[in-house]
Structure formats: C-alpha cells, structure tokens
Design a protein around this ligand. Structure first.
Ligand code: HEM
Length: 267
C-alpha cells in the first residue's frame, strides 16, 4: 500500500516537473526572438538572454527591497536611506511592491533553473570540500561538477526557502491590522532573520561571481564563458556540451600557454 502511494506521488512529481519545463520552454521561445547571444570562437553559451533578463530583474528588485527594508528596519539607516525613495512614508509604501516584483521575477527564475539546480549525491560530496573551494586550493573543480556546483545550488535553495518565509511573513506585516499581535511579532523576527541570511548569501554571491572567479561575470552580461573557464569550473558541463575530455583539454591548454611564455623574448 505504502509502495503504491510512493509510486503515485513519484509520478505526480514527474508530471509537475514536466509541466514546469514546458512552461519555461514556452517562455524562452517567446523571448528568444527578442534577445540574441553572440558566441565567439573559444567560447560557450552559458546563459540565454531570457535567463539574463530574469537574473537582473531579480537582482535589481532584490536590492531595492533590501535597501527599503533596511531603511524601515533600522532608525540609523532610516535617515540615510529613506531620501532615496522619496521619504519615510513612501519607503514604507514601496517596500512590499519591490518585494512582490522580486518574488514574481524569482518565481520565473525558479522555473527556469529548476532542472540544473536539482540536488545530487555529487553536490553533497562537493560540499565536503567547500573549504578548498573558498580558499582556491585546487586549480580545477572535481570532474563531476556540472552546470552548477554544490555551493551555487545551496545559494539557490536558500533563496527559495527565504523567499517563502518572506512572502508569508511579509503579508502578515503588510496587513497587520487584521492579523493577531503574536503573529505579527513572530513575523517580524522571521522576516528579519530571512533578510540577514539573504544579505550574507548576497555578499558571498557577488564576490564569487566577480573577483573570486574571474570570467564568471561575463556569463551574466554577454551570456558566454571561455572554454577554459568551463573546463576549469564546470568540467562535467564542458564535456556534456563539447563532447571533449575536460582534463586533457585543460592540460593541453596549460602546456601551450607554458610554451608560449617560454618562447616570448625575455626583457
Ligand atoms: C547585484 C549583483 C549580482 C551579481 C554581480 C551577480 C552575478 C551573477 C553571475 C555572474 C552569475 C552566473 C554564475 C554562473 O554562471 O556560474 C549569477 C548567478 C546567480 N545569481 Fe546572481 N548576481 C547578482 C545578484 C543576484 C541576486 C540579488 C540574486 C538573488 C537574490 C542572485 C541570484 C543568483 C542565482 C540563484 C544564481 C545561480 C547560482 C549561482 O551562480 O550562484 N544574484 N549571478
């Protein structure tokens, strides 16, 4: 009986996943004619124009929601941040709307990235060597690292859970005149914890997407990355899209570079 129920719920999950993917495919097709990505020699396509527009809509609305939220949260920041939004009352009015734009945009991004963000045993293994990743101890990622690594997936799922908390508690705070006082008090605490978690993740994310991993930022602007970036950071994805061996291509590229350096005239 229990086995039968498990099979039915498994089928339901597969059907929902297929529906989500069909929706995303249609959205991508509808958007496809408007934005193009130029892929040059030695580069691979990383993020479509649709994904990039979603990402930057999420980023902009998140920053606006965060700044307006912190302006309301802290009396010290209130003085500095509320003028940006046209004063205190206007900041209070705008904050839930920025947050709603963020939630809707992230819902589309969620659908867009659901498949590559699925957690696997490789990701659990990846998490065990997070210290080596953060301190850049190894030159290349483990061979099984696919389109996203475990850290990126963790960040994604943290946003999913925090956004659910934000939305539920945010509505209680927005309509606090019809909600019991204890629920409003609990919502304040949970809303603020979720905001601080998201802020910490956001700071790490900006660092990893720019200074820590050169070549990553262009994936969200041009939509492309170099072959070298792909085989270094996401070897399994590189092998999937090129059909080539990431490790030997990486070593060949290093050898060629060393030869080129040796043959350059010394000053
Ligand atoms: C404003 C500064 C931001 C910068 C410079 C930035 C940069 C990037 C870059 C370059 C990628 C692609 C990484 C790859 O292809 O491997 C990316 C992915 C992503 N971004 Fe952002 N982003 C920013 C803001 C945000 C915000 C505000 C959110 C959500 C609250 C967000 C959520 C994500 C997620 C979930 C991914 C995929 C997973 C990951 O790469 O960590 N980003 N971002």
């Amino acid at each position: 009986m229990r086995g039968k129920r498990r099979v039915t719920s498994g089928r339901k999950k597969t059907r929902i996943k297929a529906m989500i993917e069909r929706f995303d495919e249609k959205a991508r097709e509808a958007f496809g004619g408007r934005g193009r990505t130029v892929v040059r020699r030695g580069e691979l396509m990383r993020h479509t124009a649709y994904t990039r527009v979603l990402h930057w809509t999420v980023a902009l609305s998140f920053v606006l929601a965060l700044l307006s939220g912190f302006a309301i949260y802290s009396p010290w920041l209130y003085r500095w941040l509320t003028p940006l939004f046209g004063g205190g009352p206007m900041t209070r009015l705008l904050h839930p709307w920025f947050s709603l734009v963020f939630t809707v945009a992230f819902a589309f991004q969620f659908v867009n990235w659901l498949r590559p963000m699925s957690w696997t045993t490789n990701d659990s293994r990846w998490m065990k060597r997070i210290r080596a990743y953060v301190t850049n101890q190894e030159k290349t990622e483990p061979p099984e690292t696919g389109f996203f690594n475990g850290g990126q997936k963790l960040y994604f799922w943290m946003i999913v859970f925090s956004t659910v908390v934000f939305v539920i508690t945010g509505f209680f705070l927005w309509f606090d005149d019809v909600v019991p006082r204890w629920l409003v008090a609990v919502s304040y605490v949970l809303h603020d914890i979720a905001a601080l978690v998201m802020l910490a993740g956001f700071i790490i994310h900006i660092y990893e997407g720019t200074a820590a991993q050169p070549g990553t930022f262009q994936s969200m602007t041009n939509g492309t990355v170099t072959d070298d970036w792909a085989r270094t950071h996401h070897p399994a994805w590189y092998e999937e899209v090129t059909g080539r061996d990431a490790r030997s291509d990486y070593e060949d590229a290093r050898r060629r570079q060393a030869e080129a350096n040796d043959s350059r005239p010394k000053e």
